[in-house]
Design a protein around this ligand. Structure first.
Ligand code: ATP
Length: 486
């Protein structure tokens, strides 16, 4: 874009302070480390490189030793805070680091250090809980980034069981990935960082290979049984991987959870079952509660006798995200999934990067194709979807269990498919004897498509996909997410 260079300001940050900023829609900010040391949620900034932030990003540049940064563009809010919980988070990290080192030592047959003779040799498997806007995801990012920055070359697992967050793919998904380099922060469209391509189907060349299951809704209360099943599926996959990678296991795991796990009536509530599902599935041995006294007491009572439950402070920088912001973020995520990130740097910013990647590497060109209704088998999971009676098998009643896959006929008016996000599943087990009725609940996702048009007379539909891969013969699941390209 032509025009005068955007205005730049320098900020001098004292040790252990942070520069916090929030962006309006459509605004891009560039931050350059001029001198000193600085990090964004645990990921270090390289000197003299311009990092871009976009899509209403809210974040902070923290420094342990002090630094000077140059900020170009207009943030809607920006200030320096001297009060951060980073020292507490760093202490938690150090404790985890010792657990990892002890686990690795034990694996290599080293005798325990006399000071820690009875400290145990399990690596940290951490469940992070907290209410809405407590900064859970940020804590997970900071702890993961500190782990990969340690000189041991750890590759911890990061699991995201918050279906409203999107993680590495799209909202509605839950996922886990081994993390080997620091997760950058640049946009809420990629809260846990992105691979060079956001399309799981096209990601062979990337280091970040998340394993994705589709829950399909943003709220866990919509289908707690399905949520429970997907959590256990993620856990099984992590355990399978660790069975063949004993050293990798020593790096441990961090699990980011939805705020619905932290609030709501305590008796008879599905949230306790889901917390327990996480504890069991990931074999959790540490629970971190972010800034919530009551939940901390509750977790101490429920789990304190068999694992460490620690309350950690909430950062004053965490921004309250309202419903409409979260909806816009879902749109950014789906747009980014299809098109990559198209970012216009502020005028005058030379060679900008997004989380360390050149911006031209982040652009995708999705393909729009027309397929026959019969090319894809589409299902919804569970009863609340209320398929029209005519879409049900002859003789079937409307009583459908929460976990039952219900086939969707796109030619029925009211199928609800137009503009829907569909998860394309991995193929079922090739061995017929290994198949079972609810197998599609346990298949991983290979990619997502959007139904952009339905032509009922011709029995055809138009789909948008991030790449050219064929969907013929595939099974897809629809949830409650819709998206329209604007
Ligand atoms: N120190 C900080 N300074 C500025 N912004 C911050 C800071 N810490 C977190 N944020 C921002 O606040 C927002 C909310 O934080 P985060 O997503 O970590 O909270 P959460 O508890 O996981 O949210 P949710 O309610 O969705 O579960 C994010 O946009 C995050 O980038």
């Amino acid at each position: 874009m032509e025009g005068p260079p955007a205005e730049s300001r320098e900020w001098r940050l004292e040790p252990e302070t942070e520069y916090r900023f929030e962006l309006d829609p459509g605004v891009t900010l560039a931050i350059k480390l001029v001198r000193g040391q600085a990090e964004i949620f645990g990921a270090e900034l390289a000197e003299a490189k311009a990092y871009l932030f976009t899509s209403e990003c809210k974040a902070a540049v923290f420094t342990w030793q002090g630094c000077i940064i140059e900020v170009t563009g207009n943030a809607s809010t920006e200030y320096v805070s001297e009060e951060t919980p980073m020292a507490a988070y760093a202490n938690v990290h150090l404790a985890f680091e010792q657990m990892r080192v002890r686990a690795l030592g034990a694996l290599h047959g080293e005798p325990p250090h006399p000071d820690h003779a009875d400290a145990g040799t399990e690596p940290p498997r951490v469940l992070v809980l907290g209410p809405e806007n407590s900064g859970k995801t940020t804590v997970c990012k900071i702890l993961t980034n500190y782990t990969v920055r340690a000189e041991q070359g750890w590759t911890p697992m990061l699991a995201n069981v918050d279906p409203s967050e999107g993680g590495w793919s799209v909202p509605g998904a839950v996922s886990v990935a081994p993390i080997s380099s620091p997760i950058p922060t640049s946009s809420p469209a990629n809260p846990l960082g992105s691979a060079a391509s956001s399309a799981p189907m096209a990601m062979e060349s990337n280091a970040l290979l998340p394993l994705v299951y589709w829950y399909g809704h943003s709220e866990t209360k919509r289908n707690p049984l399905l949520m429970d099943r997907q959590i256990r599926n993620l856990g099984e996959n992590v355990n399978d991987r660790w069975e063949v990678d004993a050293e990798g296991k020593c790096a441990g795991l961090i699990v980011d959870t939805p705020s619905s796990f932290a609030s709501g009536p305590s008796a008879n509530d599905h949230r306790h079952k889901l917390i327990k599902a996480c504890v069991d599935a990931f074999n959790i041995n540490v629970i971190l509660v972010v800034g919530h006294e009551k939940l901390n007491v509750e977790m101490q009572r429920a789990y304190g006798s068999r694992m460490t439950v620690v309350k950690i402070p909430k950062s004053g920088g965490v921004v309250e995200l309202d419903h409409s912001y979260r909806e816009r973020v879902h749109n950014y995520q789906l747009h980014t999934y299809m098109y990559g990130q198209v970012i216009q740097p502020p005028n005058g910013v030379i060679n900008p990067t997004v989380g360390g990647e050149a911006i031209t590497d982040l652009i995708l060109s999705p393909s729009s194709t027309v397929v026959n209704f019969s090319d894809l088998s589409i299902f919804r999971i569970g009863a609340e979807t209320m398929a029209p009676s005519s879409a049900l098998p002859i003789g079937a009643t409307r009583v459908v269990s929460e976990m039952q896959p219900v086939a969707i006929d796109p030619s029925q008016p009211g199928s609800g498919l137009l503009n829907s996000v569909l998860a394309i599943l991995a193929p079922p087990n090739p061995d017929e004897n290994e198949r079972y009725d609810e197998e599609i609940l346990d298949l991983t996702v290979v990619g997502f498509i959007i139904v952009t048009n339905l032509d009922i007379p011709k029995k055809k539909m138009t789909i948008l996909a991030p790449n050219q891969g064929s969907v013929v013969g595939r099974t897809a699941i629809v949830g409650s997410f819709e998206w329209q390209d604007q």
